[in-house]
Design a protein around this ligand. Structure first.
Ligand code: GLA
Length: 726
């Protein structure tokens, strides 16, 4: 619910459990007055102190009043260069070289439904659930008008924000920074939780107390990155999984991002998030509009589990799209870790044959099927089938796979080119390179300049041809390096700052065309594992390969960290061979299955190499997944413990919305002599009901508070509890 009160000039947004307020003050400045637990309406600006603060200057409207400064007022969208010394939301260079933007309220409107953003991913209305608030601000000097957009999804406590900046003057302006959200908190001490990590160790939660200064999470790699995720939580120091205030912010964007939290001189806190200003500028000519990507915000005053659950539901139902967003995904087998580049059609069919017999439903052929791609030195960019490996092309292979009763899927990496390729020899200028510089290779590949239309056309034409050439049910869209040498030959010098963003828009444009033209194809995102796991990609690819690290024990951490924002339905997770290719660890097949079952579930090995005993276990895993997928995908998710801490086990739970069914899974940690016993206390169950747990009846309250004692097990063993209300 969005309400405007014309007596006190406040605009208040109520979701089911949260309230957010802004106020137009007497100078026309849009103040931010509240974001927190749901409260009744009112004017919440009473906490704002009007005080003469040294070195906090006054705008002209304040006249001789030294108690009013933009530096001490909480801002809804902070200006730059006119007295607010905290993090600015917007900066622009005018024709005269000045940087300042200083915004004042013009008007606002409230409407049913959710706004949309051209060319950018965003949350959407599933049918009358959302409201939109638009607030127009203007800087009379630069003639920039800024439209702040708010989407309100009350049921999920989700508020989205986006920003459109228009040049209503006659001279061009260069935008240097346009943040998507800015929220000021008046008091209190905070912790930040960000998702850090590395290749193979994606989304490790990092919790830090805020001290005076600025805490940053960012990517300047051209993609959202393995190292930092475009997601930040602010919480009270005592917030836990089950209690306390927390605010989550996710950027619906897949490129360079900046998320900063500033703890100020007066112990106030400002959070901003948006496109990273690094090498960013956008030339806005008269009459043009620039749109900054969407940021999604969720508040919970009942701890981190609730915060995650609210994101999960909204992402699954109101961000992911297409027929696969909520459907059971085919159980796939991927040949990458089984063969790497060394395969031909017969090898793929032999893997599929074995897999089809145990109930696997789709064969995915990974990297190496096209051009001269027999290693990672060559071939990217040439999307013609390697007939030596695959005689008769994709259609012949797809037919052989389909004859086994399986679907067929394919790996692609459309954004890249190897210098050793026909494409590069023909169009060397299509790869990013700075004139006069040698260029930077990564995995022996260069990045195609997707800001150029002819490059996007080439990619889309090739993808169209490939996807129409055979029965293809699935595509794994990979992106295996960070962007460097970002320079486009198609743009003049004063627009080179646009290239990073235009690249991301190019990716979205191609993915949108595929989404429209091939709605039956399930697209899985990937970037060397989980290097582009973000809300932007999830609008086009309802699942993303979580990590190239398929070691089940490491995956516990990766999937745990990922779950702070992203639902299980989005996490690509497979059972792979042991010893694991990255860690050399041997984890029992059962455990590998239990961990993969908490994601999209599939296999990434050659089943021909399993023992008879192991092979017999595969149909059981598949049957278990099929029985429980709905619970895993649509149920409420609880983290039971923290896999980064030494403990007898780490667990997680999925509980049906009506609390009648649940699945609890635990995996034991590193083995110790004379070990400590683990007790599993469950979550999310109804304390007033009785539940049958693997055959024995317990009270819900007993399961929640007393718990179940786990047997002493070897390290890395999994136990699952199927729970049903009686
Ligand atoms: C990336 C992916 C892997 C695999 C390889 C193929 O690393 O994450 O799963 O597809 O590329 O080159």
């Amino acid at each position: 619910m969005i309400c405007y009160n014309n007596t006190n000039n406040t605009i208040t947004i109520h979701t089911k459990n949260s309230t957010y307020q802004m106020k137009i003050d007497s100078k026309g400045v849009l103040l931010h007055t509240y974001y927190g637990p749901r409260v009744r309406s009112g004017d919440f600006s009473n906490w704002i102190l009007q005080e003469d603060r040294g070195f906090s200057p006054q705008p002209s409207e304040a006249g001789l009043d030294r108690t009013y400064s933009l530096d001490t007022q909480p801002q809804e969208y902070s200006s730059s260069g006119v007295g607010d010394f905290r993090i600015p939301s917007i900066e622009a260079t005018s024709l005269d070289g000045s940087y300042t933007v200083d915004l004042r309220y013009v008007s606002h409107s409230i409407e049913d439904g959710k706004y949309t953003l051209d060319g950018l991913p965003s949350f959407y209305d599933n049918g009358g659930e959302w409201e939109t608030l638009r607030v127009l601000l203007k800087d009379t000097c630069t003639n920039l008008t800024v439209e702040l957009l708010y989407g309100v999804f009350a049921e999920c406590d989700l508020i989205t924000r986006a920003v459109k900046v228009s040049n209503s003057g006659t001279n061009p302006v260069s935008l240097e920074r346009v943040m998507s959200t800015c929220v000021d908190f008046p008091s209190g001490t905070f912790h930040t939780i960000t998702l850090g990590g590395a290749y193979g160790r994606e989304r490790e939660p990092v919790r830090m107390p805020l001290t005076q200064g600025i805490h940053t999470a960012q990517s300047i790699r051209g993609s959202s990155s393995h190292q930092q995720n475009p997601f930040t939580i602010l919480c009270s120091p005592d917030t836990t999984e089950d209690s306390g205030d927390c605010w989550g912010f996710a950027l619906v964007y897949s490129g360079n991002f900046l998320a900063q939290t500033e703890y100020t001189q007066f112990h106030e806190t400002r959070f901003v998030m948006g496109i990273h200003p690094f090498h960013f500028s956008w030339k806005l000519k008269a009459g043009e509009t620039f749109c900054a990507p969407e940021a999604a915000m969720v508040f919970s005053n009942s701890g981190l589990s609730t915060l995650s659950q609210r994101f999960h539901k909204a992402i699954r139902l109101n961000l992911c799209r297409g027929q696969w967003k909520d459907a059971r995904r085919p159980i796939l087998i991927n040949n990458w870790e089984a063969t790497y580049f060394a395969f031909d059609a017969d090898k793929i069919v032999s893997i599929a044959e074995k897999a089809s017999k145990v109930g696997v439903e789709m064969m995915v052929m990974d990297d190496g099927w096209f051009g001269e791609r027999n290693d990672d030195f060559r071939g990217l960019g040439d999307w013609d089938v390697n007939e030596k490996k695959l005689p008769g092309g994709l259609s012949a292979l797809a037919e052989r796979i389909e004859a086994l009763g399986m679907k067929f899927g394919l790996w692609v990496e459309p954004e890249m080119v190897n210098e050793d390729s026909k494409l590069y020899r023909l169009h060397p200028d299509w790869a990013f390179k700075i004139p006069g510089r040698e260029g930077t290779r990564s995995r022996h590949q260069l990045v195609l300049d997707l800001s150029r239309k002819e490059v996007r056309d080439y990619i889309l034409t090739n993808l169209r041809n490939t996807l129409s050439s055979a029965h293809i049910s699935y595509v794994k869209w990979d992106m295996n390096r960070s962007l460097t040498d970002v320079f486009s030959l198609s743009l003049p010098s004063d627009q080179q700052g646009e290239v990073y963003h235009r690249y991301v828009l190019g990716v979205y444009e191609i993915l949108e065309a595929l989404h429209q033209e091939f709605p039956h194809i399930l697209i899985e995102g990937c970037s060397g594992g989980g290097g582009r796991f973000d809300c932007g990609m999830l609008h086009y690819t309802p699942q993303i390969w979580c990590s190239d690290n398929t070691d089940a024990i490491e995956r516990l951490r990766i999937q745990y960290g990922t779950s702070f924002c992203y639902p299980c339905s989005t996490m690509g997770a497979h059972v792979s061979a042991v010893p694991n290719g990255m860690t050399r660890r041997c984890v029992p097949l059962h455990t590998r299955g239990v961990v993969a079952e908490a994601g999209t579930f599939g296999y990434e090995l050659d089943l021909n190499e399993l023992s008879e005993e192991e092979l017999a276990e595969v149909p059981q895993q598949i049957a278990h997944f099929k029985k429980n997928w709905e619970l895993v995908t649509k149920g409420t998710y609880y983290r039971l413990g923290n896999p980064f801490e030494e403990a007898p086990f780490y667990g997680w739970m999925h509980v049906s919305e009506d609390q009648t069914r649940a699945l609890a899974s635990v995996v034991t940690g590193v083995g110790h002599a004379n070990p400590i016993r683990g007790i599993l206390r469950m979550k999310g169950l109804d304390p007033n009901r009785d539940y049958k747990v693997n055959g024995t009846v317990y009270g819900g309250d007993v399961l929640l508070h007393v718990g179940i004692s786990l047997p002493i097990l070897d390290e890395y063993r999994a136990v699952q509890f199927e729970i049903e209300a009686v």
